[in-house]
Ligand binder design. Structure first.
Ligand SMILES: [Zn+2]
Length: 216
């Protein structure tokens, strides 16, 4: 789906995360990799050339978001970014590859760039500030586009609630702090790691967004 000029959501097939492509340069999350060829076909269907990707940001080291990283790296040669607290999970292949009652294979992966939060990741037309938003995992990050008030938030928040904190190194108190941090930004659009986009300018969605915070 086309979100705006040069911003695309490649719908997560089955248990894949959502994958976002911005300005044909920046890929956010990779899905499991099981549906890699379908994702590439989706890109081509929009007239996008996946080989132009130069940066890949992983919002957190869970298999449904990072499983495809090796295939994307091989295709594009792009630099792979991840937060320092989730980096070892990629290096050690500790990415929750057993989930939904299934066992997946993840080859250990060495990221290129380690993030701490506060950095800016830029494309031709957009800047994204890296926000450390732990809770779902200790190294979960969100990307904040201040100009358009767009937040790419991984599994921090969805259209109908917030991310799980009962998985390995999740923290309920951390996710609450992270949620309060993003609420203060007053985003217009949330691009979550699964499910539908939340356009908070729309009254109906605004209510949904506010409901999420009533439960914390
Ligand atoms: Zn996750």
């Amino acid at each position: 789906m086309k979100i705006s000029n040069n911003m695309y959501l490649l719908d997560g097939a089955h248990f894949d995360s959502n994958i976002f492509l911005i300005d044909e340069e920046l890929l956010v999350d990779c899905g499991t990799g099981i549906f890699f060829s379908q994702t590439i076909e989706q890109m081509k269907g929009y007239g996008l050339n996946p080989k132009k990707i130069t940066k890949i940001v992983i919002t957190h080291a869970h298999f449904d978001h990072c499983g495809g990283v090796k295939k994307f790296k091989e295709l594009t040669g792009a630099d792979v970014f991840i937060h320092k607290l989730d980096a070892d999970k990629l290096r050690n292949g500790d990415v929750l590859e057993n989930f939904l009652g299934m066992r997946f294979k993840f080859a250990k992966f060495e990221p290129d760039k380690i993030l701490e939060g506060g950095e800016t990741i830029s494309t031709d037309c957009n800047d994204f500030i890296v926000l450390h938003t732990p809770g779902h995992t200790s190294g979960s990050i969100s990307l904040w586009n201040k100009k358009n008030k767009i937040l790419i938030c991984g599994d921090l928040i969805f259209h109908d609630g917030f991310g799980r904190t009962d998985l390995k190194d999740g923290s309920e108190s951390d996710i609450k702090k992270s949620l309060l941090k993003i609420k203060e930004l007053h985003p217009n659009i949330l691009l979550p790691g699964h499910g539908t986009i939340l356009d908070i300018k729309n009254e109906y969605n605004k209510e949904d967004f506010e409901k999420i915070f009533q439960s914390i």
